[in-house]
Write a protein that binds this ligand. Structure first.
Ligand code: DGL
Length: 271
């Protein structure tokens, strides 16, 4: 038995972990942020796969049986290869899940106009994963995407509330909405973006819903554990949560409070 592993390039996955803690408070979690190498969003397919695989191997060695890639970029660029190529080499009892599919499964339900906009990193947009996945569940929904290349860096460096930071965010949101004036739903397709959700709400028309993934992914994990009782038995329950970072742990602990309300005392690791 082991904790459920939660991985992100940096702090963004904490917005997902926060919702896991609400719905699954009795479970143990082990969070890993690869802050030293964030952002992943502008990196190549090969590098995102290499970094993500290293993180997954690390978390498996720490005893995790189930890992959630709480990062859209890693889910878009590395998840399929990890599931199809890497997992079969280490036996058939460990699982790695992502955040794109659970979001794609429900996002069409939010949109009466059947026009959904996605804000995401360059890597996620270029992979076209959201378009492909949403079409599987909601063939009538039109998907519009806008890459936001600077947002993760702004958020990681706590500059998203500066005038310059807000101007970059506003420009990208406007570019998305200009693609079709019937877009009524915006999915924040990057786990860092809930940090700027309230600001985005102030700059979009009132009828446009701004949806973040945390609750959606957490509900999907609850459902997964119900449907896979053998895996549920492998997940340790003690209500404990631990944090690992590839950067300076003091900086991590301080900055992570923006994303996560609980006290954090992280440990440094090297991948
Ligand atoms: N939180 C990651 C995501 O959901 C950020 C990726 C990055 O590091 O650029 O895509």
């Amino acid at each position: 038995m082991g904790p459920i592993g939660v991985f992100d390039s940096g702090y963004g996955g904490l917005t997902i972990l926060k919702e896991f803690r609400k719905l699954l408070p009795e479970y143990d979690f082990l969070y890993l942020g690869d802050n030293a190498r964030a952002p992943y969003g502008t990196r190549s397919f090969e590098i995102v796969y290499e970094f993500t695989q290293e993180a997954v191997e690390y978390l498996f060695n720490e005893g995790c049986e189930l890992i959630i890639l709480a990062c859209n970029t890693a889910s878009a660029k590395a998840l399929r290869n990890i599931q199809q190529q890497f997992l079969p080499t280490i036996g058939d009892k460990k699982r790695v899940l992502g955040v794109i599919r659970p979001s794609a499964e429900v996002i069409g339900n939010f949109s009466p106009s059947n026009k959904v906009g996605i804000l995401a990193t360059q890597g996620t947009v270029k992979s076209n994963s959201y378009h492909l996945e949403i079409k599987k569940f909601f063939p009538k929904v039109d998907v519009y995407q806008q890459e936001c290349p600077l947002w993760v860096t702004l958020i990681e460096e706590n500059k998203h509330e500066t005038e310059a930071g807000k101007a970059f965010i506003k420009e990208d949101v406007e570019r998305l909405l200009q693609q079709d004036d019937k877009i009524d739903t915006i999915l924040l397709g990057c786990t860092h973006y809930p940090i700027v959700q309230e600001y985005i709400k102030t700059i979009v028309p009132k009828h446009v819903q701004v949806v973040s993934q945390g609750e959606i992914v957490a509900k999907s994990l609850v459902d997964y554990l119900k449907r896979h009782p053998w895996m549920d038995k492998q997940c340790r329950k003690g209500g404990d949560v631990q944090f690992l970072t590839t950067e300076n742990p003091e900086i991590f602990d301080q900055h992570a409070s923006l994303f996560f309300e609980e006290n954090i005392a992280s440990k440094h690791i090297h991948l």
